[in-house]
Design a protein around this ligand. Sequence first.
Ligand code: GAL
Length: 379
Amino acid sequence: MHRKLARLAVILVVFSMVLGMAGSVVRAQDKIKVGLSFSDFATERWKNEEILMRKLLEDKGYEVLSQEANHDVKLQNDQIDNMVSQGVAALIIVAEDGDAVSTAVNSAADAGVLVLAYDRLIKSPNIAAYLSFNNVEVGRQQALGVLTALDIDGGEWTADNPVKLVKLGGSPTDNNAILFRKGQDEVLQPYVDSGVIEVVADQWVDNWDAVNALKIMENILTAQGNEIDAVVASNDGTALGALQALKAQELAGVVPISGQDATADGCNSIVKGELTVSILKDIRNLSPLAVDLIDQLLKGEDIPDLQEYTMAELTNDDTQEGSVMAYFLPVVQVNADNVYDLVVASGFQSYDDVYRDIPEDERPPRPALPTAEATEAAS
Ligand code: GAL
């Protein structure tokens, strides 16, 4: 009798475990899937944004699928196709190539999947929306930061003694690189026209790759016999690559140079007096915006903040047709004067990362906790 009861108890326990497991399987299957597709994780920001968006989506009850394509256009399309066949309802995509990704995006849209172009434009009329920063302003601030450091209007620079300037664009397959260049040129061109700036080299850095930037800069320095006065580079990664080449010629800290993203290494270079200017794009605001938008779109809610932009204006290319609903966040210039307040006190980068290798007695005091005001000021 005793044994019979014990066996029954075991059967009951096993039965309830099986039921419980089945229950949780059903619950997992019930979850709506959202896919994240990244061009690469070589640039610091993308991994941070993956962590942020995954958490925010999971908190809202979504199941998250995520892939990074290691700069491989075909791989990114395959990964997107694959996530569509796994049943995602929506995709948030950082495109390696805004043209080539359209193939996968169009078939995802045909399958009823909502596609959000994240930070970089996707040149397809089938995207639900595009969220980014004011990318033309990024370029303006990069050029302004460099020209301010040169004291361009101070009298030293004239058509007889022009600034010898290097332009280092980003990846040519990234539409943002075109917009950064547009903003840079708005600021630089009047000086080029008056002869006060001479552009001695103008190159694009495939994949935003720091090693490519280093090689390009080495070649330019050789070709120009080291006679370089300024570099307008388009992000921190490529600027730090170029700075290695400048350093080898003892020109780091002498030649003003711009970056972007306020990365840990970029800000460390600013406090060391090597990188002149970076641009803070507060991803702590972009990622929640993207997640909220996807959530609202999936629930069929209204999205009042978006505005319609033509593809032509977003690409700086009149031949592009159609329009897209988009929203752009503001950007701020980061330099030696404001890096502490904007980046460190706001908690965007850690104190230890930014002041790495700086002697204790040359560091500012460690901030208490990121204050709400500092976070606000940075956004
Ligand atoms: C751009 C992005 C920048 C930078 C760069 C390299 O599209 O807007 O913030 O990270 O790519 O990945």
